[in-house]
Design a binder for this molecule. Structure first.
Ligand code: T4K
Length: 371
């Protein structure tokens, strides 16, 4: 046991409590708790500035944001997506009565392989839903080009990609929309929360109608909307989080760099390097165990770590295409998702969150090295 307290995969960073209490006093005074309040409006605007995007619509969580993004663009029929993600990506399609079509991923980063997308397009395909897994950008230029040629929409599940940039440009500006999650386990959290990033005012308006039951004004419902609104407490909390997020990401980078240094020469363990011209957020630190070289299987290492109070997670195992609601689909055939199966069977995401001490990381690596 390397620590009495469990070392979890993630631990949320919370804003300064006294500052949050000050915000709560304002909310108590105003008695405006939700439905596009002042903190909500301020958070949307400051978030757009921080992220370098034009239009942000806040949501109560990332899943409702995904479901609403698909509704906004009236996506129907079939959507091409990846089996290597959190199940919410594909569930959002199911909730829109859309058939998911799984396409394999690249064997290194685990993002959808653009070279395999065209073969999966049918007359029923209306959109592509790629995921920036672990915050590593998908091959956005190629994906957007295919979408343009075939007249498809692109919604990026950017739940892991808060503040990620490619060539100094926010990764959230690619495709038609991007969807963020601000869940407690994410790099940037508002306890629960999420957002849709879109590119024009008209679309933002439609999203905002949809997340408020479809109301365009007091007496007019223009679409069968849902309740996806973020409340004032979360918005006020999010505003405070913006003050420290850059420092949090710097500390995450320190942890990622430390893991990389310590794991460099461990045979049978593959790690991911930073991508060229990308500003990362270090939301996850996956390692991939090749048990033909490493002395243990992935699961043996996973449980050994757990017994020693190191709680990594096998994100993303099993594949979405292996879950009962989806395993009957033709595209769920294991032969169709070979790279995804391989990474899914090799991965453990290691603890990473601001504040983990270097000594703790060293002890974790000693366990991995079998010392
Ligand atoms: N798309 C993608 C690609 C996603 O990864 C996600 C969510 C979504 C869409 C949907 O977004 P949201 O609707 O969630 O906004 C967690 C999260 O619940 C989920 O948000 C996240 N992805 C997924 C990758 O991870 P679980 O079931 O693994 O969470 P749980 O409760 O086991 O927590 C993980 C670890 O974090 C535990 O070791 C404990 C620690 N933890 C957790 C919470 C909630 C804390 O220390 N404090 C906390 O408050 O799904």
């Amino acid at each position: 046991m390397i620590s009495k307290k469990p070392i979890l995969i993630s631990q949320p960073t919370l804003p300064d409590l006294d500052e949050f209490v000050e915000s709560l006093k304002v909310i108590w005074e105003r008695k405006w708790l939700t439905n596009n309040g002042e903190f909500h409006r301020e958070f949307e605007s400051k978030l757009a500035d921080y992220l370098g995007v034009e239009y942000v619509s806040l949501f109560s969580n990332g899943t409702l944001a995904l479901i609403s993004a698909l509704q906004t663009l009236r996506i129907t029929g079939e959507v091409i997506t990846t089996p290597y993600s959190f199940v919410a990506s594909t569930n959002s399609l199911h909730w829109n009565n859309i058939k998911p079509v799984f396409v394999d991923v690249d064997p290194v980063y685990g993002n959808i392989d653009p070279l395999k997308i065209e073969a999966a397009i049918t007359p029923k395909t209306t959109a592509i839903l790629p995921v920036h897994v672990y915050g590593n950008p998908s091959q956005v230029e190629q994906i957007d080009e295919i979408a343009n040629i075939y007249g498809l929409k692109v919604i990026y599940d950017a739940a892991h990609a808060f503040s990620v940039k490619k060539n100094e440009k926010s990764i959230l500006n690619f495709g038609d929309m991007s969807v963020l999650s601000f869940h407690a386990t994410k790099t940037f959290n508002t306890i629960e929360g999420g957002a849709i990033i879109c590119r024009d005012e008209k679309t933002k308006k439609r999203i905002d109608f949809l997340k408020n039951f479809g109301f365009a004004d007091e007496t007019n419902v223009v679409a069968p909307g849902i309740n996806g609104k973020m409340n004032e407490l979360q918005a006020a909390y999010g505003l405070l989080q913006l003050k420290t997020i850059d420092d949090q990401i710097i500390d995450r980078k320190r942890i990622a760099d430390r893991y990389r240094l310590l794991l460099k020469n461990v045979k049978g363990i593959r790690i991911l390097e930073d991508m060229e011209n990308v500003k990362h957020n270090y939301s996850y630190f996956p390692i991939f165990i090749d048990d033909s070289i490493y002395p243990m299987s992935r699961d043996e290492l996973y449980f050994k770590l757990k017994e020693n109070n190191v709680h990594g997670r096998r994100y993303f195992y099993p594949l979405i295409s292996e879950f009962p609601p989806y395993r009957g689909l033709a595209s769920s055939n294991p032969e169709n998702v070979l790279n995804a199966s391989k990474v899914s069977n090799q991965v453990i995401c290691m603890p990473i969150y601001p504040g983990i001490k270097n000594e703790v990381l060293e002890k974790i690596i000693d366990l991995i090295k079998g010392n």
